[in-house]
Design a protein around this ligand. Structure first.
Ligand code: BGP
Length: 491
């Protein structure tokens, strides 16, 4: 069967500011948490570094580590912070966008670094240099008819807000986020059409579930932070059209599909609960504008008491997202049975699926899961869908002549494109596909450069060395052909 995609389907690629821009302290940008986070590996976590009032320094794990009382997050001598330079998209964006255009991109997903616009997050007036940088990027994209898809917050809260205001534990952040989105909506009218509010908003609940031995209070915090983010997101949705009737605002969730490991009904129930807790709790609230029926059960289970006002509930109702987006890399399994092999990736927890292959980072490859998930989501929500992250993080080898042969990546993407075509055939209104890290960038999970996703190779390495030179991988030419044939030719 031929793959059939709608004629105006958005083919493209995705990045995030903190993982690619670099220029972390240039032109007035303030620091974010990723700037005090070291590089790691699959076996060694990324650390967040700090300084104590007496001048001693230390570090704690990015996931699940606890910041000591009195510590101030800070850049500390002797550590490498890969996000400081990223791949220097800040100075290479013209060259990079020209290469995206060469592949035929119709859409480019990127994010705005909040601390480039408001260095601390609390200022009354934005940093003009930051505003101009993104305006230039959008104009450059428009030059090639590439539609920007802009994530407003991609793991990128200004450090000052985290340190001095306790981050999203503080209701005040809603107001500051409102101010931030007002500026974006005003400044980029006519240049941007599609906005996403929070990247992988459900990751807060996934972490609470995945990271072992977290104190029970983590749930209270995560659910409260999420509530404030839901309200902030709803504000963005409900006001966007006042700035530009063409604006559309969507949500973005980590598409963590899970299967029951066996047909034991106990596994099925466990899986249902897992999905409610780590995915649908967010999806249902953002699409329908009300908390789902099972929310009460979750709050009780985790002894959570939320600060929710009547006005918040009205705001949620007014701010239902217009389209649904998610990342999709792999799938997991839930089980009540103890005697099963465990998956061993940095994020893939639970039982290992014997029907799937796993990458060097322990993530499964499961294209059927994408078709299944698109169908499940679309029949639940019936609003346009976008797959805004997907891809294979892998080691790449540069040959003497500068070529890079990455058949493993082509194979992975090919299978997922076929799965999307099948989902469209099934009736899903899928309008965009922006595979992750279309140009190599710093891994969010491990901080590595060698976990590469790109069609474009960047000469930058884990020890900080590299010329930042860009090279075309085999997948670059392959994806160009895919786009030119509107997804028909994936061979
Ligand atoms: C998602 C994030 C991205 C990205 C991707 C791949 O969770 O939204 O920022 O990095 O995962 O993960 P990693 O970089 O850990 O391979």
């Amino acid at each position: 069967m031929k793959n059939r995609f709608p004629k105006d389907f958005y083919w493209g690629g995705a990045t995030a500011a903190n993982q690619c821009e670099g220029a972390w302290n240039i032109d007035g940008r303030g620091p974010a948490r990723t700037d005090v986070t070291t590089g790691g590996t699959l076996h060694e976590p990324r650390y967040v570094t700090y300084i104590m009032p007496d001048g001693t320094t230390g570090k704690f794990s990015q996931f699940g580590g606890i910041k000591p009382k009195g510590a101030k997050l800070a850049v500390v001598d002797g550590y490498l912070y890969p996000n400081h330079d990223g791949i220097d998209f800040y100075h290479h964006y013209k060259e990079d966008i020209a290469m995206f255009a060469e592949m035929g991109f119709k859409m480019f997903r990127m994010s705005i670094s909040w601390s480039r616009i408001f260095p601390k997050g609390i200022e009354e007036e934005p940093n003009q240099k930051g505003i101009e940088f993104y305006r230039d990027v959008f104009k450059e994209l428009r030059k090639y008819n590439i539609e920007p898809l802009v994530t407003i917050s991609h793991y990128d809260t200004p450090l000052y807000l985290e340190e001095e205001l306790d981050g999203w534990n503080n209701r005040e952040l809603i107001k500051l986020f409102d101010r931030f989105t007002d500026v974006l909506f005003k400044e980029y009218k006519g240049l941007v059409k599609y906005w996403l509010t929070f990247n992988e908003i459900n990751s807060l609940l996934m972490m609470a579930d995945f990271v072992p031995n977290l104190p029970e209070t983590v749930y209270q915090q995560s659910y409260q932070q999420l509530h404030y983010q839901f309200v902030a997101s709803a504000h963005a949705v409900s006001k966007a059209k006042n700035f530009d009737p063409a604006y559309q605002v969507g949500c973005m969730l980590a598409g963590l599909v899970n299967y029951p490991y066996t047909c034991d009904p106990k596994d099925v129930i466990k899986n249902m609960e897992h999905e409610q807790e780590t995915f649908y709790y967010c999806g249902d609230t953002m699409v329908r504008g009300v908390y789902p029926a099972y929310a009460k059960k979750l709050w009780e289970k985790h002894h959570v008491k939320l600060d929710i006002t009547d006005q918040d509930l009205k705001d949620l109702k007014k701010g239902c997202v217009e389209f649904f987006t998610f990342s999709y890399y792999c799938t997991g399994c839930s089980t009540t049975h103890q005697d099963v092999d465990k998956a061993k990736g940095n994020f893939t927890m639970g039982a290992k699926n014997p029907y799937l292959h796993y990458s060097d980072w322990g993530w499964s490859t499961d294209p059927d899961g994408l078709r299944y998930f698109l169908n499940t989501l679309y029949s639940r929500y019936e609003i346009p869908m976008m797959v805004v992250e997907n891809g294979l993080g892998a080691f790449d080898e540069v040959e003497e002549d500068g070529s890079i042969h990455d058949p493993y990546r082509i194979d992975y993407l090919r299978q997922h494109i076929i799965a999307m075509a099948q989902a469209i055939e099934d009736g899903v209104d899928l309008i965009a596909y922006t595979p992750w890290g279309c140009i190599d960038l710093v891994s969010a999970g491990t901080g590595e450069m060698r976990k590469r996703y790109g069609f474009i190779y960047v000469d930058k390495h884990d020890d900080g060395s590299g010329s930042m030179k860009r090279l075309r991988k085999d997948s670059f030419y392959w994806y160009k052909k895919v786009i030119a044939s509107n997804g028909e030719d994936v061979e």
